[in-house]
Design a protein around this ligand. Sequence first.
Ligand code: NAD
Length: 472
Amino acid sequence: MKIRNPYTGEYDYELLVDPADAIDKKVTDLRANQKAWQHAGVVHRAKILQDWKASIQKHLQEITEQLAKDTGRNYISKYEVIGVMGMIDGWCYKAPRLLEEKTERASMFDSNVKIRERGIPYDLVGVIGPWNFPITLSLIDAIPALMAGCAVLLKPSEVTPRYLDPLEKSIQEVPALAAVLKLVRGGAEAGKAVVNNTDAVCFTGSIATGKHIAMAAATRLIPAFLELGGKDPALVLADADLEMATDAILRSAVGATGQACQSLERIYVHEDAYDNFLNLLVAKAKKVTLNATKKSEGQLGPLIFEPQAKLIMDQLQDAKEKGAHIHSGGAIETHHGGLWCPPTVVSNVDHEMTIMTEETFGPLIPVMPFKDEAAGIRLANDSEFGLSASLFSSDMASIERIAYQLEAGAISINDGSLTNKIYDAEKNAFKKSGLNGSRMGDAGLLRFFRKRALLVQTGKPAPIDSFEEIEL
Ligand code: NAD
């Protein structure tokens, strides 16, 4: 596959796709190696993952450089790799305690029966990742699955594959890890092979692909953990600190060029605060700089995936035709072949416009006033998505009252997108934004286990007489 460089627009990389028989061989090897990994115990697995962390550290520069080419970013790529090392540390710290064996207990139904429960990991977990934070979202599920004792077949996005060679090098330098973690290179066909050959699948990506994966997994009766798209709303109440709210909303909406699932994509502001909010936001949006002149300077990188440019322009066109006003940005800029979209604040919007109903995955910030609390909540919930949301107010009572009415899995209070750095709060995606156990909190590890119960009879088993029929 010829791969485009988002900073230059050139197709300067060739991805060698794994043929079907190569994937089959990886599956066979992983299955052969998994039981030893499981039975070696969590302390051993933590040690091996620490060895891997050291190996990633050794190749940090190389992985970062390739990831930066994949994404058109610079330091953010290094930050991503460092974040992955932090994930390894986090699970190494938490997993031994989470996986401590529970002591035997008596059943509440028959105290002679003693119960021993033990978690049995899935043998082989498939992980399929997107392109927006390529290494983070490939490893966010793979690391806890490995820690649980599963083997992992990982297929990262074909849009951003350059970092896979140095990452694979870091894996191969730790043979005990290479035995249970293998990469698959390719697109949809390779993704299908992952779903068709594993015992549970973790998918991060679009709703459209998520539906295909859910159906393929259902056919095989394996669980699919789906982390899909979002159209996250922010509600700004009349008493919110507008300086703070506009800072946080701008960062959350356009940071990483809005190419994040939990980016704020719809902003609802109480009508009493609306004018001040809009003026402040527009002034701040206009100051945001692109990294087009120099990759290591500027706050906004290029669009990673070329088709996003058309999607963004289509949403803007639709909004303009229906009466929206553009206050900043508003057009795709081409620099030396790469495509940039500056922060684009849009007002006079409503829910007849795709900019308010469909995922953008770009730095558009549509802002709409609301009259009262009930109207604000109604607007925020008027969406098929339910990934996360934000709420800005200085009154804790209003926050509590409203937050629990928002149909989303994580609500950031007086900030935006907190789930991109707070991994220890368990949350589920609501509505079409996802399905099944949380990747956050303890569930991020525990969802890779099935429970096996040993039921030990310490008294006398009931005789057949206990089934003797008698008069009612
Ligand atoms: P995508 O659905 O196009 O592709 C994701 C992955 O699925 C890729 O690796 C692709 O090769 C693979 N794939 C495609 N068709 C497949 C099939 N039929 N079977 C198996 N695998 C298949 O998504 P994308 O464009 O890479 O990523 C952007 C999307 O991801 C956005 O919608 C975004 O909101 C979402 N996302 C969600 C989260 C979250 O945590 N909820 C995080 C990041 C991104």
